[in-house]
Design a protein around this ligand. Sequence first.
Ligand code: DAH
Length: 346
Amino acid sequence: MQERLLELQEEALQKVTAASELKELNEVRVAYLGKKGPITEVLRGMGKLSAEERPKIGALANEVREAIATEIEQKQKALETAAVNAKLATETIDVTLPGRPVNKGNLHPLTRVVEEIEDLFIGMGYTVAEGPEVESDYYNFEALNLPKSHPARDMQDSFYITEEILMRTHTSPVQARTMKKHKGQGPVKIICPGKVYRRDNDDATHSHQFQQIEGLVIDENISMSDLKGTLDVFAKKVFGQDREIRLRPSFFPFTEPSVEVDISCKICGGKGCSVCKQTGWIEVLGAGIVHPNVLEMAGFDSKKYSGFAFGMGVERIAMLKYGVDDIRHFYTNDVRFLKQFNHHEA
Ligand code: DAH
């Protein structure tokens, strides 16, 4: 019986050593120390032993049981530690690995231009005004001295929605709306950026939808020299300190006199090149002294007040500023085009 116990001990310890998983180890525990295990069996047969032998075998059986249990316990700890270490090893994060780049967006070039121009005029005391893109015939034309039969309406082919409602063809109606709000009281100093719509065929320089920025100043004693001084500041800020401007006589129904404003060509410095069509000058906007009819229709006394106004195409300014040769680049959202404006400083 003694031998049998020592044999069992030997056998069990070998199995403990061989166990490579907790599950296996548990099987060993159940097999050798469980109620139906061989040690229990040996102990059951103790009744047949003599009174002398019984305590010896009993003590030995307990020792064997103890030895196996201790060994199992140690092995269990070792297996658990190994399992934790293995898990840690597979879940290791290498904090020195470079991060995955996050694609950062940037402002659309047209937004940049609008914001830059807004900032400039805000700095000169203007406020930003807005108006609806779906506009009445009255504000888009009539209030700007363009009565129904006026031939100059043809200058701007319009998208009409009804007889009286259309997509605004320019940002100039915001002038009339703002003046109305002021109820005949100056001064008015606003800049209005916004989308406008015309029945044009899209090509490299035309788009049926584009953006404009309108400017309007009304006060006592406003003259052409105020307009020229303001636009000179604008040209130098947006296109560079060495730019010059020139005013050419033109016609707009809402201004009298009206001018077209040119900026000296940046590419050739005014000598003449293909961009300025050999003239040394590039046309950038329309402007003029607010027509007395426009003032009066909006409730301003044209004897007391005078004003200047101007309107420019944002795409055109952006094309000249950044050297973009096709207006459609602004709308097709090719990221290769758009991301070029990432760090572009004015
Ligand atoms: N509204 C004109 C256009 O779209 C631009 C313009 C010209 C606006 C002269 C003005 C101005 O305010 O005074 O062609």
